[in-house]
Each structure stands twice: as C-alpha cells, then as structure tokens.
Design a protein around this ligand. Structure first.
Ligand code: F6R
Length: 612
C-alpha cells in the first residue's frame, strides 16, 4: 500500500526520494509525488498518476526540484480516485506546508466541514489533504510547527504515518505515527523517514521504529523524538541486518520467481538457529511449561496466505498437542466475540507485521486477557512489537505482492513452536518428535531437490494456462495446502479458482465439473492417498482434466488415473505441505507468465494491507 520516504541532508533530495519510492514500488500504488524544499526555489511539489516512471519523466529524474530536504509518496487510492490532484504530497492553502500520509483519517469529513466554514478551499477528495489544511490552521494560530503538529494530532482520529515539511522550516522534516508504520533512519550528515525499511536500506541500517503517538523532528544532523505532549524521549535504536541485495531482483525476471527459489535458504534461516542438541530451543519466546499446561484454547489469527498457513498448522498442532486449534480470519475475529481468557494462546501470523486486521485482532485478544505470540517476518513491525512474544521468520525482504517465502517460513516457524509446545507438554513420543525435527531440518535440501527439475511444472503451466476456471481438491493437509495454491493462482493469473476438501465435492461443487474442467488434485498426504485417488476417478468420470501433485513414491499409482502428474520428495507427513506448495507456486507463476500478467504487482493488490 502507500509508501513514504523523507530525506534531509546535504545532497539533492529529489533523486534520493525517487529511488526510495522505487524500492517500495512492490507495495502497490497508483500515483506518486515528491515535495522538495530548497534555498532557491522554496517549496516545490510535483506529482503524477500512474507508474513512478511518469513522475521521474515529469521531473527529469528529479532535476527539476532542487534542495537538500524533501518528502515522497506512492499512493494506493482509498479516498478519491487515483489522479494527479489526489496524489500526495498535499499542500496547504497558503502553499507553505506539504505533507505525505499513510493510513486513514476517520473524522476527516467533520474537520473538512469545519475548515470550510473558516473559508478554507480544498482541492482534492482525500482525507489526507484535511491534515495539511488543519496544520496550516493551527500553525497560523500558534506560530510553531511542532506545536501545530501536536494540536493537529489531538484532533484527528484514525491511522497515520505522516511526513511534513514547511517552507518556514528550511532544515527540518516532522514525522508522526499512529497505527501505520514509520521508521527513522540515521545516516551521516543525513537522515531519513520511511514507511518501509527497504526504501532506505542503501543509505543506513541504523533505525528507530517509531511508536504510536510519537513525533520526530529530523534535520541533517539530528533526530529528536517526542511523545504526544512534546516531551523529549530517549528511544532505542535498532540495527537492520537485511541484505540490501536481497531486495533487488538480481537478474531474475520477477521478484516472485526469485523468492520462490530462495525458499530453501529462507527455511534454513528460520529453523537452523533454533535447533540445538536435537531439540527446538526458542530463546526468543518466554513461554513456560506451566503456562503451556494451562492453555485451554488456541487461536491462530491472520489474513490471506498467512491464514492458510494457519490452516495447515491447525492439522499439525492438533496432532502434536492434542488441543483444539481454531484458525480465524483476523477481519472476523475482532467482531465475533472470541472466547479468549488468560488460558487462551493467540498466535498472530503476519509476514509484514503491519496488516491492520491482524493488528486489530491481536489487540482484541490482548484486551480479553489472552497470551499472544506474533509470527512475523519484518523485524520491528507493529504486530511484532505489540505481541507478548515474537518469533521472527527471518525470510529476508519479500518484495513480490504474492507471498511465497513469507508463507513457507511461516509454516516452518509454526512447526517449530508446535514441536516446542509438544515437548513442554509431553504430548508427542520422543521417536516421533525426533523424526519430525530431523525432517524439518532436511526440508531445505528436499525443496532444492524438487527445484532442480521444476521444468515439468513449467510445461504443465504452458499446457493448461488457458483454462478459465480451475479447482484444487485435497483432503486434510492437502486441502489446507490447496487453499494457498488456489489463492496463488487466482491472485497473479486472474483465473477463477477454488479449493475444496475433496470429500465435500459430492455435496455441491461436483456439479461445476464438466468436460475439460481442470482439476488440480492434491495427493501428497499418504494416509489418505487412496481416498484422494477415488476423488480423482470421480472428477475424471465427469470429464475433468486432472493435474495431480503427489510424492515421488506415489507417482506411479497416480499416473494410472491422472492426466498429468507432478511429484515432490517425501518428508514427514505433517511437513509435506511445505514441499507440496512449491510446485503450486511455480504453476501459478508460469500460468501468469503465459497470460502476460503483471506478476510482481497484480492488479488491485497491495503488499501490506494497512487499511481495514
Ligand atoms: C497472498 C498474500 C496475502 C497476505 C495477506 C496477509 O499472496 O500475500 O494474502 O498473506 O495480505 O499479509 P501479512 O502476512 O503481511 O499479514
């Protein structure tokens, strides 16, 4: 979704802002703009609908805006259509204050009306412009920009990350945050703000993750952080150890393809440091055996693929822990009066750590007294910081909108926690524990083994890419894996696709199967393989074309019935989805490629969904 960058230093700001925005392109946007303050030309603002290239052309790669201080923004429209006027930065009526905003101002209509009654004229349809105009109003009132920001923040409701510059303050950027991420970056004789760490990774790794209610004032030589009463704070710095190259395409045609191939290494990073002496050791979380014994209910809350990771892990945890696990969509959890008390363990799963629905669900769980664990990839993200404990997946930056390594490292991290709890509770036999842990550590090699001959998946994608509707069927863990496989396909190839529990077919869905319908039949879960085969026969009898995914040892049996078979190496049955998902990701990727889709930035989608 929207991206913010701000720079103050001794060099020209515009090229740095444009480059920072380019690093955040993956988040999804429909317009972009920059504002620069310089000694000669004062405050200059340029914005443009469409891709960043349009803004870059318009500004002659930034050369048209001069000065060592500025802010930039990529917008994903919520209030008002995507056009040049609604793009950020927004400028106050007297032309002195420019502002970029991520989030939503909930009471903007009320404030707008009030300001209009004072004679203020608005130019855009956005909620964000209201903040720029309100700032001018308070600045005129009190004459101090920081005080005006403080007053303004006390008046607005909703979520915001703000970057503000003012013509009267030639050396400073003001930043503020509530419920939307904002990072302060410390450079040498230069400082930054960014909504996303990848935007400033080239320049610095020394950062502060702003907390809700904080205001910061940045100059080239200093960053001062204040609370909402403008009392100075002494905030701890964090070091970002992400590799800058990891956020570059590095010769691959798409980030998604690169990230699919990075999965073995990503899972290794998730798992290896947490296995010592044949046991899972989670130094990162403070769960005691005593608390584990008191857990009466487990919720996994998440959205999209992270929710589907939870669906897989429900099967895994219920097998390991013999306790009920409910997986609930975060957007539903907060409004469904969940049954949470102090013996409820709530796991919030989120790659970005910024998904608003997941964040709100986490807060609801905490409010009700549950103990919370975040499984996140982005270090210092809001969800990671608000949960009682956090287990980072350490997948490195994920740039493609459609997740791949984010999802598979969520599985690995949750496998680790499941084993850890099972060990504390004594709910799994030692031999079984050892077998699962050994296989978990072997996953990266087995995944690599499949990735060495994925051409057959590419071939089947070229054979089936022109279907208009595709069904994924499977039982148990294969069903949960199919949900993610189907989501991958639909989000990047725009083909209608649904995933069903095979046993449910005959209760309705089978009426949709007609001659030529493509069914992706998942048969990697060995205990239910025969049943999976019966379902293949069932859909074949109605004329379906079946592309099956199974394990290497079951391939021959599957080949007797299915039209095409992809096979993956065997692992412990609880971990099989971690391998089975890879051909499904690649199938989606190659189908989308054949259909000429914008794979890394599918239409209407954004990387981290920071609105409800
Ligand atoms: C799909 C996808 C989304 C995310 C969902 C949650 O490929 O990436 O469905 O999984 O928006 O995002 P996070 O994990 O960042 O909370």
């Amino acid at each position: 979704m929207c991206g913010i960058i701000g720079f103050v230093g001794r060099q020209e700001a515009a090229p740095i802002l444009l480059d920072g925005l380019a690093q955040m392109e993956y988040r999804g946007y429909d317009s972009a703009g920059i504002a620069v303050r310089g000694p000669e030309k004062g405050l200059q603002v340029m914005k443009s609908k469409g891709r960043l290239q349009a803004l870059s052309d318009l500004t002659h790669q930034g050369a048209d805006l001069t000065g060592p201080l500025g802010i930039g923004h990529t917008r994903w429209a919520t209030h008002g259509e995507p056009n040049d006027v609604n793009a950020h930065p927004h400028v106050s009526e007297n032309g002195k204050i420019a502002l970029v905003h991520n989030g939503i101002i909930e009471n903007y209509l009320e404030i707008k009306e009030q300001l209009m009654n004072h004679g203020v004229t608005f130019t855009s349809d956005t909620d964000s412009e209201v903040v720029a105009q309100l700032l001018e109003y308070h600045y005129n009132e009190c004459g101090s920009m920081t005080e005006a920001v403080g007053r303004c923040l006390r008046r607005i409701e909703g979520a915001y990350a703000l970057g503000i510059i003012c013509a009267d303050y030639p050396n400073a950027i003001i930043a503020a945050r509530k419920d939307a991420p904002l990072i302060l970056g410390f450079g040498e004789n230069e400082n930054f703000i960014a909504s996303d760490v990848t935007a400033i990774l080239k320049h610095t790794r020394d950062v502060i993750y702003m907390n809700d209610g904080e205001i910061a004032v940045l100059t080239a030589d200093s960053i001062d952080v204040f609370d909402d009463e403008l009392t100075p704070l002494n905030r701890e710095h964090s070091y970002v150890d992400w590799d800058a190259e990891a956020a570059e395409k590095g010769g691959y045609p798409h980030f998604m393809f690169k990230e699919i191939l990075e999965q073995p290494e990503a899972i290794r990073k998730t798992v290896s440091p947490r296995v010592r002496g044949g046991r899972v050791v989670l130094d990162d979380i403070a769960l005691t055996a005593d608390y584990a014994r008191r857990i009466s209910r487990i919720y996994m809350i998440a959205c999209g693929s992270a929710y589907y990771a939870g669906m897989v892990e429900k099967y895994v945890w219920e097998t390991l822990l013999r306790r009920p696990v409910e997986v609930v969509l975060a957007s539903e959890f907060r409004y469904c009066q969940p049954l949470v008390d102090e013996n409820t363990f709530v796991i919030a799963i989120s790659q970005s750590g910024e998904t608003l629905d997941t964040m709100a669900a986490l807060r609801e769980a905490k409010r009700l007294g549950g103990r919370t664990l975040a499984v996140c990839n982005v270090v210092g993200s809001s969800i990671a910081r608000e949960a009682d404990d956090v287990l980072y997946t350490w997948a490195g930056p994920e740039i493609a909108v459609a997740t791949s390594k984010g999802y598979s490292t969520q599985l690995a991290a949750l496998d680790l926690v499941g084993l850890y709890l099972a060990d504390l509770l004594g709910t799994v036999e030692k031999a079984e524990y050892d077998a699962i842990l050994t296989e978990l550590q072997a996953l990266p090699d087995k995944m690599q083994q499949y990735l060495e001959h994925y051409e057959e998946t590419q071939y089947y994608a070229s054979r089936y890419f022109n279907h208009n509707s595709i069904f994924f069927i499977g039982r148990n863990l294969d069903f949960a894996m199919g949900l993610e496989g189907s989501l991958k396909l639909k989000e990047i190839s725009y083909i209608h696709s649904e995933a069903y529990a095979s046993g449910e077919l005959k209760h309705g869905t089978i009426s949709l199967i007609e001659p030529g319908t493509l069914v992706v039949a998942l048969g990697t879960h060995a205990p239910l393989f025969d049943k999976a085969m019966s379902n293949v026969v069932e859909v074949k009898a109605r004329g379906a074309t079946v592309l099956a995914v199974t394990t290497d040892s079951l391939r021959e049996s599957m080949e007797k019935t299915a039209d095409a078979v992809i096979s993956i190496p065997e692992t412990h049955q609880l971990l099989q989805p971690s391998l089975g998902i890879v051909p499904l990701q690649l199938f989606a990727y190659y189908v989308a490629l054949q259909r000429g889709c914008d794979i890394d930035k599918p239409r209407n989608l954004a990387k981290s969904v920071t609105v409800e």
